[in-house]
Design a protein around this ligand. Structure first.
Ligand SMILES: [Zn+2]
Length: 212
């Protein structure tokens, strides 16, 4: 065998080997979705629970709690997107939440970005939380689109003007009587007269003082 042939065969082996490595690394990051709990939580076929980063969907009914408005619709939409499909996960700096759920950006193989699509249909609001901030700007863009189109939770939106205190650091907003709002450092305060304006600016409601 000529030296050239040997070199050629070696090269072909090298290419095949690297293709194998590349395809494996893609495959490793693909997971099948076994269950859809609600608009922002799923279970993978290996049993791991995944909480979508950057979004908060209305709750579905629990044992003792009734579903929040749109909770079931949010779940159904998420189900249509990812149930029984293979998804690719991307992570932020923080991998798990306090309940041991994996925090992830969820993509279909077609490239559809589930977190953004759910916000874009108005089935969840944007919930920024550091340090997982990689897609914040994009997620807020999807929220503004949903708000402008009055979709889902933004449909028939009515509210009276009130005083809300936003925290520029935590990106949460509070009623003016909430202790967390009151204790916000003056330099970090921003005032909103409508919840709508706070959502538009990318702030999420405080769980303690604002019913969601
Ligand atoms: Zn509050």
């Amino acid at each position: 065998m000529s030296l050239l042939m040997k070199k050629l065969i070696f090269l072909i082996y090298l290419i095949l080997f690297s293709l194998l490595i590349v395809s494996q690394s893609f495959a490793e990051n693909l997971f099948k979705v076994r269950w859809v709990n609600d608009g922002d939580t799923i279970v993978l076929s290996d049993g791991r629970r995944v909480r979508y980063i950057g979004i908060n969907a209305p709750e579905v009914a629990h044992e003792d709690k009734k579903a929040e408005p749109l909770g079931d619709k949010a779940r159904n939409f998420n189900k249509k997107l990812v149930f029984q499909k293979k998804v690719r996960l991307k992570f932020g700096r923080e991998r798990y939440d306090q309940y041991g759920r994996l925090l992830a950006y969820v993509f279909l193989r077609s490239g559809v970005f589930a977190n953004a699509r759910i916000i874009g249909e108005g089935y969840a609001f944007f919930l920024p939380r550091s340090p997982n901030v990689g897609y914040n700007a994009l997620l807020l863009r999807y929220q503004r689109k949903a708000m402008s189109a009055k979709k889902g939770i933004w449909k028939n939106w009515k509210e009276k003007e009130r005083n809300y205190i936003g925290n520029r650091r935590s990106k949460r907003f509070h009623t003016k009587t909430c202790p967390f709002g009151k204790s916000t450092d003056k330099r970090n305060r921003i005032f909103f007269s409508k919840k709508w304006d706070a959502f538009w600016a990318g702030y999420a409601p405080c769980k303690k003082c604002i019913p969601q």
